[in-house]
Design a protein around this ligand. Sequence first.
Ligand SMILES: Cc1cc2nc3c(=O)[nH]c(=O)nc-3n(C[C@H](O)[C@H](O)[C@H](O)COP(=O)(O)OP(=O)(O)OC[C@H]3O[C@@H](n4cnc5c(N)ncnc54)[C@H](O)[C@@H]3O)c2cc1C
Length: 389
Amino acid sequence: MDFDLTKDQQALKAKARELADGVFAERAARWDEREEYPWDNVKDLAAAGFMGMTVPREYGGGDRPVLDVILVIEEIARACGVTARIVVEGNLGVVGALREYGTEAQKRRYFPWVVQDGEKPAIAITEVEAGSAATDLTTHVDEAPEGWTLTGHKRYITGAGTSRLYLVYARFGGRPGADGVGGVFLERDTPGFRVGHREFMMGLRGIPEGELHFEGCAVPKENVLVGPGDGFKKLMAAYNGQRLGAATVALGLAQGAYEKALAHVTERKQFGRPIAEFQGLRWKLADMAIKLDAARLLIHRAAARAGRGFPEPLEAAKAKTFAAETAQQVTSEALQLHGAAGYGRSLPLERMMRDARMFAIGGGTLEMMRNLIADRILPSRADWRRRSN
Ligand SMILES: Cc1cc2nc3c(=O)[nH]c(=O)nc-3n(C[C@H](O)[C@H](O)[C@H](O)COP(=O)(O)OP(=O)(O)OC[C@H]3O[C@@H](n4cnc5c(N)ncnc54)[C@H](O)[C@@H]3O)c2cc1C
């Protein structure tokens, strides 16, 4: 087992760090305060080649493995969580699904949007009655003379309105359960598609989370990515990439906060000495360092094993759970070590703490991640019942 990064990976990481520290860090408060999408950063990401890194070369992408993307996401999240989320969706999630399942025509049309224009495609799963219970979704596609029509609604969709491309999870022809669900591409300017109410969130305020309404949108047959049958399974396999990306944004936020805490405790003096000399605070920093490393190892293992494909669900879920909890703990402790200044809005700690809180919910809640893990490490409930009879 080799824990060292290659020279190429080190260079990639350094390039991402330079952009994050030199450009994104200074702008991060702007997107948060104005609740504005970071279009300036999108241009910089595309120019740096950080959008479509996993896209095969023949479509203009970087043809890189998941681990390389993970390295970039962590560096960028240290400075700006919102921008790091754009890197997640510009490389994993929908991009991974398109790479794996898309038709040649879909790839030729949509990959350039990501690679050249820095477009972040959106994933539309959640509905009013289908949150954690995603397979209860009711948005449906019905056969029409020239393809399908899409009808229904979604909510809390990241990039609602700012994204040009939506991968919509929908039920085909009224078929019940997970087997009835597939995924279709919908473009923003499709007649009958409308962006509804934006839900203003606690953190990660630079990306809108909003409702989508589909009122009989025409979906040509060519826009079906995966149909019913095994479609939902395929979509969720691809979603593990998105989940690991989310874990990495959480890790990056925590790493950024930790670095700030480390610098602060050596500079700040109280009782005539740097506060880094107080043992209670030294232990806090030691705990942060352990958790960061553990989260990084879980993420890197899942990413390394994914290669150019999708992470394994159990590994992605473990990484997401641990990184999300680490992010909450580390950003909160880092704020604490800064005293009143940490709670103040002149420093980024309070923003990082708000941003970090999201990862316990979005991309699968902590409880649902633990359900997934428990279901894989324990016998099924049916097995238990059989055993106790
Ligand atoms: C910032 C943000 C961005 C998001 N972006 C997107 C997006 O781009 N696309 C998209 O489709 N969705 C998105 N979501 C929605 C997100 O995926 C859902 O919020 C999440 O799946 C939980 O659904 P819910 O909010 O309806 O909560 P609920 O499912 O109602 O859950 C409420 C509580 O009950 C718990 N719970 C539910 N069922 C169980 C169970 N079986 N066992 C134990 N506990 C359970 C949950 O863990 C939670 O604590 C986003 C959410 C946020 C906050």
